[in-house]
Design a protein. Structure first.
Length: 353
């Protein structure tokens, strides 16, 4: 599993098998359940599988599993990916996003299906209901995969304790993000808090903890993994914020400057507002969350570059990644896992997608 492509293929096989199981379970509900399963398959396909990978290597950092434990571990890792898919489905609806990975977002797909079939009622309301329910279903399945992964119950129980904390953090972090957008303002410290709890912890630190707990790790080992995982998670999300403004739509699967159109009060935006004149800051502030055309997106990108915020965020990514790798180098973990986690750290912070 040191080959990322092989790991993703094995993980996808586990996810597909689990969804086949759910499809058989829900078959008596007919075509509507089949459409829900079909959308679930799309929601959990593709992506870099970072959360699953950090869970996997969190286990391998502590212990080498038997072949039977390896398969159980993959089921647990798949649970992290279903948690992620749940968050994305809900996030796209809350952000009124039209696309995800180059295809219609879940709520838009069901909305279009409603229109195509000529049903009564409001297509947008139907799409919203479907997205909420699918996100909830994916969250339920994430719990089921971890709880029933097949590893010893005492270790699964410890991992579930971490998973409970993780879900509380990401939901509360998401609500903080929604509230920040509603207030229409956020300083750098507030934006960093949103980043840490909405994404950084649940993307890297908590998956590492889940994997290590499944291997029997105690609190001291989890604290060591935090020294590596938390700064790396922050660097990971800062990179995502950069891509949300400067990413190539052909690569990201999102429209140009999507974070600007959605009005995201990210660390990048907060730094840009601090780094220009009052008049220029007002231009950016008024434009956030509006329907921007390509030229307007380019003007705002130029304003952010003018502020120096993009370079300040880049410097933060570099420093956080350095701190993370220094902590990893000093940690008493299995050598093969340290090599794999070093590679994952580079992939998470130097990506273009």
């Amino acid at each position: 599993m040191s080959d990322p492509a092989a790991f993703r293929a094995s993980l996808q096989s586990v996810i597909d098998g689990f969804l086949d199981e759910q499809s058989r379970r829900l078959e008596p509900l007919g075509d509507d359940a089949a459409r829900l399963i079909a959308e679930a398959r799309l929601a959990v396909s593709g992506g870099k599988r970072f959360r699953a990978a950090f869970c996997y290597w969190g286990y391998h950092a502590i212990s080498t599993p038997t072949p039977e434990e390896e398969q159980a571990l993959l089921r647990a890792c798949a649970g992290l990916e279903l948690l992620h898919a749940s968050a994305l489905v809900h996030d796209d609806f809350m952000d009124a996003s039209d696309t995800r990975r180059g295809r219609p977002a879940t709520h838009r797909a069901f909305e279009a299906d409603h229109r195509t079939r000529g049903w009564t009622g409001d297509p947008e309301q139907y799409g919203a209901a479907a997205a909420i329910l699918l996100g909830d279903l994916l969250l339920t399945w994430a719990d089921e995969l971890l709880r029933r992964c097949g590893l010893p119950l005492d270790r699964v129980s410890s991992a579930m304790d971490v998973f409970d904390i993780c879900r509380s953090e990401v939901v509360a972090g998401q609500f903080l993000d929604v509230s920040v957008q509603a207030r229409g303002r956020a300083d750098v410290d507030t934006a960093m808090t949103v980043l840490r709890f909405k994404s950084a912890k649940y993307s890297i630190e908590r998956p590492l903890h889940v994997g290590a707990a499944l291997a029997g790790a105690g609190p001291e080992v989890l604290a060591t993994l935090t020294e590596f995982g938390l700064p790396l998670g922050e660097a990971f999300q800062l990179r995502d914020d950069q891509l949300g403004v400067f990413g190539d739509p052909a690569v990201t699967g999102k429209p140009a400057g999507d974070d600007l159109v959605e009005g995201k009060r990210t660390v990048l935006v907060a730094m840009a507002l601090d780094g220009v004149s009052t008049e220029r800051a007002a231009v950016l502030d008024r434009a956030l969350g509006t329907d921007l055309d390509t030229d307007q997106v380019e003007e705002l990108r130029a304003l952010i570059i003018e502020s120096g915020a993009d370079q300040r965020v880049e410097a933060m990514i570099t420093e956080l990644a350095r701190r993370s790798l220094d902590a990893l180098a000093a940690a008493d973990l299995l050598p093969g896992a340290k090599v794999a986690l070093t590679d994952l750290a580079s992939a998470a912070t130097q990506r273009t997608l």
